[in-house]
Design a protein around this ligand. Structure first.
Ligand code: ADP
Ligand code: MG
Length: 291
């Protein structure tokens, strides 16, 4: 892959005897937005924390900007902005003090960017961290990860705890980042949340990447659950050739991606007792039925 800015090779992390992640590999190009999708407990946060060296990996390699990343490499750390899923801030500071303290790490002030973000996210800098709701703490976290205009953003479930208006504000901020060419890893348990933003998605299940593709390829097929009761079910199964996920004597449920016209024509010749078509979310589809 040309222009690769982050490469993860066979990353594995055990927490003592229990597994965090089994085998995670991906490559991300400069300027790409990578949606990292998986249900709770699938290993998104473990992957991210291991990439950043916040927890020690069991094995595998992480390359950032062409060199193996080491958690003491301050220069590389400065080009990364990280938003953890659970924010842990110093309680007894005001937001203003927190931002000032954070700027010390970079050895400079980011007045213009700071003002811009504080305004967009409607933050009152005089408030104490300990008095903030979870959503407001998240907003502080968003400023902390964006303030230094990093080349790489790593966002772990960034909208959790944010109200819908602030979720939109964040997405608008990220769209601007995308225009600037920032590389983003965006983890979520919901594909729809990232589909309008990202270029590519990886699905993680039980610590393993089970599918990875361009978002356009993933979204172009529309899938439904299709349940049919019929005495002819055997023949119908053969005729449709779809993946069956449940079946009993005269009934079967399929994962369907046949377009409606073709499907109606195909089914017209059978005697059907009951037909049910239901939406299926893409994350359900990939996580439960494709391995
Ligand atoms: P996600 O972020 O996708 O919800 P996590 O990375 O938090 O998933 O968790 C992946 C797996 O690692 C889960 O089985 C979880 O129970 C386990 N795990 C996560 N953190 C710890 C920890 N500190 N100690 C032990 N097990 C952990
Ligand atoms: Mg997590």
């Amino acid at each position: 892959m040309d222009n690769c800015i982050i490469e993860i090779k066979h990353l594995k992390k055990n927490y003592g005897s229990s597994l965090g992640i089994e085998d995670v590999s991906f490559k991300i190009n400069k300027g790409e937005i990578y949606g990292f999708i998986g249900p709770n407990g699938s290993g998104k946060s473990t992957t991210i924390r291991t990439i950043l060296g916040l927890i020690n990996k069991t094995s595998g390699n992480v390359y950032i900007k062409g060199k193996e990343f080491n958690k003491d490499d301050i220069e590389t750390k400065k080009v990364i902005g990280y938003l953890p899923s659970e924010i842990n801030l110093y309680d007894d500071m005001t937001i203003k003090e927190m931002f000032d303290y954070h700027e010390l790490f970079y050895g400079k002030h980011f007045n213009k960017r700071r003002e811009e973000l504080v305004k967009l996210l409607k933050i009152d800098e005089s408030k104490k961290i300990e008095d903030l709701s979870l959503g407001n703490q998240k907003k502080v976290g968003i400023v902390l990860c964006l303030i230094h205009e990093p080349e790489i953003l790593i966002l772990d479930e960034p909208t959790s705890g944010l109200d819908p208006i602030m979720q939109n504000v964040l997405h608008e901020i990220l769209l601007k980042e995308k225009e600037k060419g920032t590389t983003i890893i965006y983890s979520s348990h919901i594909l729809n949340e990232v589909s309008s933003l990202c270029d590519r998605v990886g699905f993680i299940k039980e610590g393993i990447i089970i599918k990875e593709d361009l978002i356009d390829n993933i979204m172009k097929d529309s899938y439904t659950y299709l349940s049919i009761s019929s005495k002819d079910i055997k023949q119908i199964k053969k005729d449709l050739g779809l993946k069956v996920i449940r079946e009993s004597k005269d009934e079967a449920t399929f994962i369907n991606n046949i377009d409606s016209n073709t499907l109606i024509k195909k089914l017209a010749k059978y005697n059907i007792d009951r037909l049910l078509i239901q939406e299926i979310s893409l994350e359900d589809l990939f996580i439960n039925y494709y391995k």
